[in-house]
Design a protein around this ligand. Structure first.
Ligand code: MN
Length: 322
């Protein structure tokens, strides 16, 4: 996923702990392309930038790709983050500058670690015609954000319970555990609930959590969570109580609060304004202008066509909030 806003909002996090429940409302963001598929973004937003290390939550579909044009993202860069691609329906073809070429399929995680810099492409295929899923990003902690880029694919097994199914794609939950590499304590899972089910899921009390509802009528710890909304739960809970009035599907994310201030702009995460300027300059000079074959962001094998140019940077310096 690429942040396709023409004038992307700069996000500079604070390290303040948030002790209150919040209901984060989605906003529609066009993904670009001729017919402009929309995504519903709940993170980041004003007043809430991070849930654990999770820093970006886009929810999309179900869309008929014949109508929306689907997802067509030419080469674009990332730094300092991991992208978590997770589908409910459809298929996306992924290529990146580590040489990875993989399909994203329902129930199968594609985890791309940008580290110091990567570029990739994402194109929905015609399989199933319907595209429906989420793209999530996590911020790499300072100790790991300059690492070499890497890519992992993981077909997560479905854990079946009387109340519903749990599919753990990051971290550990409900007796399941994902082997993929993450760099701060966190969890990510799909939870499917049967109509009428009440399920108490034990979670780490040191984690803060977010629950994104994809479908169904469901409440979490007594709070009704509308579709495409992201309910935020501060640290302190050692379980989350799900009550489903109908069949429901949700995404649970969580993690230990990232005790670092990050600067996030377009598809880059860094720590300072100058670092973001440097990433953007390297992308524009080495890739967009085609000056080198393998600069900071490498090359995407098997892709023919121009990369996405970076938007213009804001005229004000990206400053950490006091
Ligand atoms: Mn991307």
């Amino acid at each position: 996923m690429s942040n396709q806003e023409r004038d992307p909002r700069a996000v500079v996090t604070t390290v303040d702990r948030d002790d209150n429940f919040r209901m984060l409302e989605p906003r529609d963001v066009p993904l670009g392309g001729p017919r402009a598929m929309d995504v519903r973004r709940t993170l980041p937003q004003r007043g809430k930038s991070l849930i654990g290390a999770w820093c970006f939550v886009d929810h999309y579909g179900p869309d008929d790709v014949a109508e929306t044009g689907g997802m067509v993202l030419p080469p674009h860069p990332h730094t300092g983050l991991q992208t978590v691609s997770w589908l409910f329906e459809g298929e996306i073809e992924h290529r990146d500058s580590t040489g990875a070429h993989a399909l994203v399929r329902p129930g199968e995680l594609n985890l791309m670690t940008a580290g110091r810099g990567i570029q990739h492409t994402e194109v929905s295929t015609n399989v199933g015609r319907i595209l429906h899923g989420v793209q999530l990003w996590t911020a790499l902690p300072d100790a790991h954000r300059h690492m070499d880029p890497q890519f992992e694919h993981y077909a997560a097994p479905v854990l079946e319970f009387p109340e519903g199914n749990v599919n753990v794609f990051i971290g550990s939950l409900a007796g399941g555990s994902s082997p993929v590499e993450v760099f701060s304590p966190m969890v990510g899972a799909q939870v499917d609930l049967h109509a009428g089910a009440t399920m108490a899921l034990p979670v780490a009390a040191s984690f803060e959590h977010g629950v994104l509802v994809d479908a169904g009528e469901v409440s979490v710890n007594g709070k009704a969570v509308p579709r495409s909304h992201l309910a935020y739960f501060p640290p302190g809970d050692d379980s989350l109580l799900f009550e489903a009035q109908t069949d429901a599907r949700l995404i649970l994310i969580g993690g230990e609060p990232l005790d670092e201030q990050i600067v996030m702009w377009w598809n880059f995460i860094g720590r300072t304004h100058d670092e973001i300027v440097e990433y953007r300059t390297r992308w524009q000079t080495e890739v967009v202008s085609g000056a080198t074959n393998a600069g900071h962001f490498g090359v995407v094998p098997g892709w023919i066509g121009p990369p996405l140019p970076a938007p213009t940077m804001p005229t004000v310096r990206l400053k950490p909030r006091a």
